[in-house]
Ligand binder design. Structure first.
Ligand code: ZN
Length: 281
């Protein structure tokens, strides 16, 4: 009985719902990626057994939320600093719901190279490299079995309020990723080409040398980008870049415009859980 209803709904959806789909999955490559990634997401057995042609609701399952934070610290009226108790509550919520954190490397492989992900994947990122990422967020994440990615501004390393080289090495040893966020945190569309390339290259090289692992991923400072910046990233050897645009990372978007889920101090648990449930919140 239940199967029949779901089947009928699926039929209605396929017939009437697909006309609004602006990006049909027609190429063999897209279909292959869909199969690989969707098998690890929330799809009922009914949907799998009715897998003649997938409805667009299943396409959304190819999306993965990438949370982004800056600092985890109590400071009133500063939305970039997430109070530690609230951060703890968010992580407890995710663990309780069965989410598993994945690295950007895993995500990149899954979105663009046919790799697989756990059933309820998400990514945690921190921008700039605040010291509290190590002193406060690291123990909380370890307690809940999660790892994260830091987008480190290299000129901030060892600076007041930011992480030291030693702390970054310890995070790497614990499965965290340290990725590119420039040397000086400029607006990348407002600097000349040589400076742009230097900002991307020197920071990448410094992190790779100090931490002994490749730096393949990047987050745009202030979310500021254009075609020149993307071109410079490609020339510098990066493989994927994250924006500050709202929404989940999505297989349909290219690797240079990956969206993230902004987490801010006053959001509250209702808004947090809403953003974890809707790829286009
Ligand atoms: Zn930043």
């Amino acid at each position: 009985m239940e199967k029949k209803i779901i089947g009928a709904l699926l039929f209605v959806f396929l017939v009437f719902g697909s006309s609004g789909c602006t990006r049909p999955l027609s190429s063999p490559t897209a279909q292959t990626q869909l199969t690989t990634i969707s098998s690890s997401n929330e799809i009922s057995q009914d949907e799998l057994s009715n897998n003649l042609s997938r409805p667009s609701s299943v396409q959304e399952a190819q999306a993965v939320p990438i949370l982004y934070y800056h600092s985890v610290m109590q400071e009133n009226e500063n939305e970039l600093r997430m109070p530690p108790e609230q951060f703890e509550a968010q992580m407890a919520y995710l663990q309780d719901k069965g989410y598993q954190s994945v690295s950007l490397e895993q995500l990149y492989q899954a979105l663009y190279k046919g790799g697989t992900l756990p059933a309820k994947p998400f990514v945690i990122t921190f921008d700039d490299g605040y010291a509290d990422n190590y002193t406060t967020a690291f123990p909380i994440l370890t307690k809940h079995g999660f790892t994260a990615t830091i987008f480190m501004v290299t000129s901030y390393i060892n600076g007041k309020g930011f992480m030291s080289s030693k702390q970054l090495k310890e995070l790497v040893a614990n499965g965290w990723e340290i990725e590119g966020h420039t040397t000086n945190h400029p607006y990348l569309t407002k600097i000349d080409s040589p400076t742009l390339l230097s900002e991307l290259n020197s920071s990448k090289e410094q992190l790779e040398k100090e931490l002994g692992q490749p730096v393949n991923f990047f987050a745009y400072p202030y979310g500021d980008l254009n075609a020149n910046v993307v071109q410079a990233l490609k020339e510098s050897g990066y493989r994927m870049a994250l924006t500050t645009e709202r929404g989940w990372a999505d297989v349909k978007a290219d690797a240079w415009h990956v969206r993230r889920v902004y987490c801010y101090a006053s959001m509250g648990m209702d808004e947090f859980s809403r953003r974890m449930q809707n790829p286009n919140y």
